[in-house]
Design a protein around this ligand. Structure first.
Ligand SMILES: NC(=O)c1ccc[n+]([C@@H]2O[C@H](COP(=O)([O-])OP(=O)(O)OC[C@H]3O[C@@H](n4cnc5c(N)ncnc54)[C@H](OP(=O)(O)O)[C@@H]3O)[C@@H](O)[C@H]2O)c1
Length: 187
């Protein structure tokens, strides 16, 4: 029997690309923690994935622009021994900042920058510390970000995600048994 893959925590899993990630990872056998604000959407998706894939799915309702909710999710990332992957997907795609309501700009920064960075750092620290975890690969996926020469070797994620991914497996994270994958959605 194959060893369990562990749990993937997906932010922004209630709709769009995050929900597609949830579906694809469920089919591969990952248990899931689905994070977003819309509890009804999360519960509907969780029910379907439990029934179709026979996996464990937990719903965590959280507004990641809210400091205490973010800390709860961060704590889960730091303490869940089964966590094998973080999909850092929750985000607001590009309103023109010029002339935008300052509150909207602040929310965008809190979600796209503060929450994404804190969760990525928390997961990276856990995966690096764990080194010989139960999962063969421990990953952090970020959406809408591109680092350095990532663009040189994009490969299609396929399966209808409408996104391209590049795997920076040469990056230093590799040496510490974790892997960063940046996904660059096609608008
Ligand atoms: N689609 C594109 O062409 C494109 C292009 C560039 C970048 N991206 C990036 O790719 C990611 C996914 O895009 P998408 O098109 O799938 O976006 P989407 O359909 O708008 O979904 C965004 C997800 O983030 C969640 N979310 C939004 N605000 C949140 C908050 N404050 N706290 C927690 N969750 C929150 C939403 O759920 P709730 O409303 O339930 O909270 C939803 O599940 C985003 O980061 C986006 O910026 C997308």
């Amino acid at each position: 029997m194959l060893p369990p893959l562990g749990t993937a925590l997906i932010t922004g899993a209630s709709t769009g690309i995050g929900a597609t990630y949830a579906d694809r990872l469920a089919r591969r056998g990952y248990d899931l923690i689905l994070v977003a604000r819309n509890q009804q959407n999360l519960e509907t998706l969780a029910r379907r994935l439990r029934a179709e894939a026979g996996i464990i799915v937990e719903v965590m309702r959280a507004d990641l622009t809210d400091a205490s909710s973010l800390k709860q999710v961060e704590r889960r990332v730091c303490t869940d021994p089964k966590l094998a992957m973080l999909v850092n997907n929750a985000g607001i795609a590009g309103p023109a900042l010029l002339g935008e309501d300052p509150e909207v700009i602040e929310s965008l920064l809190l979600l796209n920058v503060v929450a994404a960075t804190r969760l990525a750092c928390a997961a990276a620290a856990v995966f690096v510390e764990r080194k010989t975890g139960t999962s063969p690969v421990q990953e952090i996926c970020t959406l809408g970000s591109a680092w350095g020469d990532e663009f040189k070797k994009p490969r299609s994620l396929g399966e209808g995600t409408g996104a391209k991914a590049s795997d920076n497996s040469e990056a230093p994270q590799r040496a510490t048994a974790s892997r960063l994958v940046s996904t660059i959605p096609r608008a």
